[in-house]
Design a protein around this ligand. Structure first.
Ligand SMILES: NC(=O)c1ccc[n+]([C@@H]2O[C@H](COP(=O)([O-])OP(=O)(O)OC[C@H]3O[C@@H](n4cnc5c(N)ncnc54)[C@H](OP(=O)(O)O)[C@@H]3O)[C@@H](O)[C@H]2O)c1
Length: 189
């Protein structure tokens, strides 16, 4: 576990009916963007001390430039400054642990928000305190990119359950489009 009183780790994704986070071209399409979910996501990231994502992911919000972040990449051997963003640290998990990476970013306490893509979500499967799974049940992205390794052989829910997380009550974010978010919380120590 993550020294629960001081640090927490939360994951965030929105998926299509098939459990895809991007379309067949590997792009998150506009049909997967809903105002209610975007507002939920922006508010959640405003309470994060640190954002973690792969080199191709980003959250594209007004507060993004102010946020501290770890950008996961194989382009550096371990840890390096991101010359394009003074609030970012480039991190290769093959060369430095997560605790080393967050220490380099200066983060000792607070919420760590993991926002994808699939390999980055998987790195934290056994460490999430809460994973916020948003679903757009009417959106289909055939041939798209699954949100986690192991999907679609398993559903995203089965993957989260296999890692000790259990669903709490779904929160409706956009009723007409049937978009909601379910917090999956850790049940085992
Ligand atoms: N619907 C959603 O909520 C949601 C969430 C997240 C992403 N997305 C979308 O999904 C698409 C991104 O997919 P993606 O899989 O390319 O995402 P990504 O994880 O953001 O980026 C992949 C890159 O991250 C680095 N990386 C991944 N695993 C690594 C590892 N184990 N060690 C070191 N570096 C690693 C590599 O960077 P290098 O090539 O630099 O080595 C890799 O090319 C985008 O369209 C994004 O907008 C959607």
């Amino acid at each position: 576990m993550t020294g629960k009183s001081a640090l927490s780790i939360e994951g965030f994704v929105i998926v299509s009916a098939e459990g895809n986070l991007a379309d067949a071209a590997g792009v998150m399409p506009d049909v997967l963007k809903f105002e209610g979910d975007q507002r939920f996501f922006a508010n959640a990231l405003d309470r994060a001390a640190l954002i973690v994502h792969g080199r191709n992911s980003f959250e594209d919000q007004p507060n993004s430039p102010r946020r501290k972040r770890l950008v996961v990449t194989r382009q550096v051997p371990s840890l390096a400054p991101d010359l394009a963003n003074p609030n970012a640290v480039l991190w290769n998990p093959a060369g430095a642990s997560f605790d080393e990476a967050r220490a380099r970013a200066g983060i000792q306490v607070g919420m760590i928000a993991v926002i994808g893509g699939p390999e980055i979500f998987a790195m934290f499967f056994d460490r999430y305190d809460t994973f916020w799974l948003s679903e757009a049940l009417h959106v289909r992205l055939p041939g798209g990119q699954p949100c986690f390794p192991g999907v679609p052989a398993q559903t995203p829910q089965q993957v989260l359950a296999a890692h000790g997380l259990a669903p709490a009550e779904r929160i409706v974010l956009d009723a007409p489009h049937d978009v909601g978010v379910t917090p999956w919380r850790r049940t085992t120590a």
